[in-house]
Design a protein around this ligand. Structure first.
Ligand code: NDP
Length: 309
């Protein structure tokens, strides 16, 4: 079996050494832009070049080194019938739940105010937070969204979730599809986005959507930058409809110098770190699936490329 590693890591051996240990009978190659075809059976990729699919004609499946496959689906000559497999959790959902909780607490526990008070040597207690005043709504109820919902529900927040299809989650109000989006937004003050980027979800967080949230709303975006219409976020902040936003993902990354978001104190910016790919868990999952696939067993995480996730 031949496995080709195609990700722009300057130290590919960090990946290929463990892959060889995990699949000892495989020949493992690193993508060489100028090299010949290796006739790979499987490719492990992150934002691969189009040349991969011109050169490697016998791929049985391609494994994406991330949960979001929007980058891979943009490659113009990705064969339509090729099996594409995304990363399923692999340690990301716990990180994401932590990140969302942290950003929520920044909003509702006045942490910035207490940090400022410490700088000034001030001991002053503010009004306690009431959970009932901070209903959370999570867009996307997949591996990540479900973990976020469960974490916050366990902490007694009022939580609702919105997805494409129907879901039933204990202690969580769930909404499905465009028809129920309005009711979901009406019940939400803190909006958390964990959607995949698809033709249906691009630009979904716009002025109209943000305006339907409860007063003093908060946005936490950990999905993709292109979900958000950035100008509309600024407008809702200017109009006081939105209290603050925590953004981990942006239309253009790195966020360009001089971008208006940098200067807004109501916006917390993090450089796409809400959930990092954990190498050990990732490789264990992917190599396990490669072994199963090679032996004709079914595997989970196959992307529906028409649906886009
Ligand atoms: P999943 O595929 O497991 O879940 C996707 C969820 O989104 C599903 O619940 C799905 O609904 C819902 N959904 C998809 N399209 C629509 C739609 N049009 N309307 C309503 N709901 C929709 O993905 P993951 O949870 O694993 O990951 C989600 C995304 O998180 C990734 O695609 C990626 O963009 C982002 N991400 C960001 C990271 C970061 O560091 N910032 C790290 C990892 C992921 P249904 O259940 O009905 O199918």
């Amino acid at each position: 079996m031949k496995i080709l590693f195609v990700a722009g890591d300057p130290k590919p051996e960090r990946w290929t050494v463990p892959i060889r240990q995990l699949v000892p009978d495989a020949e493992v190659y690193v993508w060489d832009p100028d090299g010949p075809a290796v006739d790979a059976d499987y490719a492990i990729v992150w934002q691969p070049p189009a040349a991969l699919f011109e050169r490697e004609k016998n791929l049985k499946a391609v494994f994406n080194l991330g949960a979001g496959i929007d980058g891979l689906l943009k490659v113009p000559n990705l064969p339509r019938d090729l099996t594409v497999v995304r990363l399923e959790d692999a340690g990301m959902s716990a990180q994401m739940a932590e990140y969302v909780l942290h950003q929520l607490l920044e909003a509702n526990r006045e942490m910035e105010t207490y940090r400022e008070q410490q700088r000034q040597g001030v001991w002053k207690i503010h009004r306690p937070m009431k959970r009932s005043e901070w209903p959370v709504g999570v867009m996307g109820l997949g591996h990540i969204g479900k973990r976020v919902v469960r974490t916050l529900a366990d902490l007694d927040y009022r939580v609702s979730g919105w997805a494409r299809g129907e879901h039933s989650l204990e202690g969580v109000s769930t909404y499905a599809g465009p028809d129920q989006l309005g009711d979901f937004l009406k019940s939400t003050r803190v909006l958390v986005n964990t959607l995949p980027l698809t033709d249906e979800t691009r630009g979904i967080i716009d002025y109209e959507l943000l305006s339907q949230l409860q007063p003093g709303a908060v946005l936490i975006n950990v999905g993709r930058g292109e979900h958000l219409v950035e100008e509309d976020l600024l407008r809702t902040l200017d109009e006081g409809r939105l209290l603050r936003a925590s953004l981990d993902v942006f239309r253009k990354e790195p966020l360009p110098e001089g971008h208006p978001f940098w200067q807004r104190k109501e916006i917390t910016i993090t450089p796409h770190i809400s959930a990092r790919t954990l190498r050990d868990a990732t490789l264990e999952q992917i190599t396990g699936k490669i072994r199963d696939h090679a032996q004709g067993r079914s595997i989970s995480g196959i992307v529906d490329t028409d649906r886009g996730y």
